[in-house]
Design a protein around this ligand. Structure first.
Ligand SMILES: C[S@@+](CC[C@H](N)C(=O)[O-])C[C@H]1O[C@@H](n2cnc3c(N)ncnc32)[C@H](O)[C@@H]1O
Length: 234
């Protein structure tokens, strides 16, 4: 199985952004926890796992087939993911095609993750589980509790027409709860409760070196600069 053959929703622009941020953390920061809420068949988890250092724990949380009976799942998402034959075994098979060991799997609702990851120990949290306002609000609260000061949260689908609850939860956190934007792509928004400036420099440098993508002029939101990372046209 090649990485391109793993089913999922994880575009090259975000594969690049994850890689630059995680590489920067690996080079400059002590060990920390890695967390993904909503793994599906492992596409983004496999890439995060590439950056796990010895001694670090990567926690991968999903309802998997229990989405069929889970009361917390959004009914529309339940129908969709059941149609995708998602099982824990399918995730494990994909993950093990790229890694010798599985991550720590939390099979359950994303809101349970803080029982497993200690406060202020995480360096990177990817939120890509339930996409409703209430679920993303809760996942952002969990991310805030788990992340250390320099930690980064990436939130999927923050601007899709059919996931406005995610958009509302993200902007709520930015405008009212101290979350600071780092960058956005077409698909994900990256942010921190710490200082976004060093990470913005990492992204600028990554884009310059990569050549196929670029960072636009910063967009200012209440004095906070946000960078748009996108493919170069043509
Ligand atoms: C969009 S997919 C994740 C995609 C994956 N990150 C990738 O890159 O391919 C969303 C996943 O979240 C799971 N999910 C939905 N609601 C959840 C909840 N409340 N708690 C935990 N997992 C949930 C679904 O089972 C599904 O696997």
């Amino acid at each position: 199985m090649t990485f391109d053959e793993v089913p999922g929703w994880f575009m090259p622009i975000d594969q690049a952004a994850f890689s630059w941020i995680l590489t920067h953390q690996n080079l400059t920061e002590p060990e920390g926890a890695l967390v993904e809420l909503g793994v599906f068949k492992g596409k983004s988890a496999i890439l995060i796992g590439n950056f796990r250092r010895p001694g670090e724990v990567f926690t991968a949380c999903d309802l998997f087939e229990d989405i069929a009976t889970s009361e917390v799942a959004d009914p529309g998402e339940r129908r969709f993911f059941l149609s995708q034959s998602l099982t824990q075994l399918a995730f494990e098979r994909c993950y093990l095609a790229f890694h010798a060991d599985l991550p720590r799997i939390v099979r359950g609702a994303s809101e349970t993750v803080t029982r497993f990851v200690a406060p202020r120990t995480a360096r990177f949290v990817h939120i890509d589980a339930g996409h409703t306002y209430d679920l993303v609000r809760r996942d952002l609260a969990s991310a805030r509790a788990m992340l250390r000061d320099t930690g980064v949260v990436a939130i999927a689908d923050y601007r899709k027409p059919d996931t406005l609850g995610t958009a509302a939860a993200v902007w709520d956190a930015i405008l009212n709860e101290g979350l600071k934007p780092i960058l956005n792509t077409e698909f994900k928004l990256y942010a921190t409760w710490g200082d976004p400036a060093p990470l913005q420099e990492v992204v600028r440098q990554g884009a310059t070196e990569a050549g196929w993508c670029r960072v636009g002029d910063p967009v200012m939101i209440r004095g906070m600069p946000m960078l748009y990372l996108h493919r170069k046209p043509g």
